[in-house]
Design a protein. Sequence first.
Length: 259
Amino acid sequence: MTRGERRAALEAIASEVRSCTRCRLSESRTLAVPGEGDPDTEVVLVGEGPGFNEDREGRPFVGRAGGLLVRLLASIGWQREDVFITNVVKCRPPENRDPEPDEIAACAPYLRRQLEVLDPAVVVTLGRHSMATFLPGARIGQVHGTTHPADPSTGARDALVFAMYHPAAALRTPALEHESLEDVARVPATLLRSRELRAAHAAAPAPAAGPDTRAPDAGPAAPAADPGPAPDLAPALASPALDAAADPAADDASQLTLF
Ligand code: URA
Ligand code: SF4
C-alpha cells in the first residue's frame, strides 16, 4: 500500500468510528476518538479509551496522561506525530470507568483493521486493557518493559508487542513514572529487533498453512526463518539515545533517527 492508500484506508475506518453505535458507549460520548498519527509509521501505541479531554476534542491522549506520553516519547527523541496513537475502545466510558468486556469486543474490529492497514513493526500497549488485548493472561507488573511476538490475529501480522504502564497510572505513582521512563528507553531497540525479524521473514516467508504438498523425497524442509519468540531485550541493549550509526537502515540521521 502506498502512503496515500494507507491514509485513505485509515480515514475510512475513522469515519466509521465517528458514527458508530455498536455499543452503549456511543450514547454517552461527545466525540468518538478513532486515533491519529503517521500512516507510514512503524510504531503503534494503544491506550485504553478516551478520557474527558479526548472525548471533547476527538483526539487521543490530549489531556494530562497525554502530556506524560509526549514526555516519554521525547525521552527517546520521538514526537507523537512520528507514531500512530489509538485506544482499545474509541468512545469514552462514563466517569472514566474501565471499559466492559462487551464494549471491548464490539470495538475490537476497528483496532484490528487499523493494525492491518498500518502493519506496524512494534505495538506498544499502554495499561492493562491494552496489554490484555495483545498478551492475554499477562500481568502488567510482570510484563511491563518486555517484548513478545504479536499474534497475527490482532491485525498486526508481523510485530513485536512491548508492554508499558498506562501514563495515567504513572502520573498517580512516581515510581511507575520512573519505570515508564526506563521501559520506553527499550522501545528503539525493540524496533530494530523487529526490523531484523521482518526482514528475515520477508526473505524466507513462513510456508503457507495447509497440507504438506512436498514430495516424500523432497529432502528436509528449508530451515524455518522464524527464530521463535523474541527474547527479552537485555537492559544493556536498550539505550535512551540509540546511535543512528548502529542502524544501517536509518538514512536520516536527524532527530527522527529511527524513522
Ligand atoms: N487514556 C487513554 O487510555 N487513552 C487516551 O486517549 C487518553 C487517556
Ligand atoms: Fe463503536 Fe467502539 Fe464507540 Fe462502542 S466504543 S460505539 S464499538 S466506536
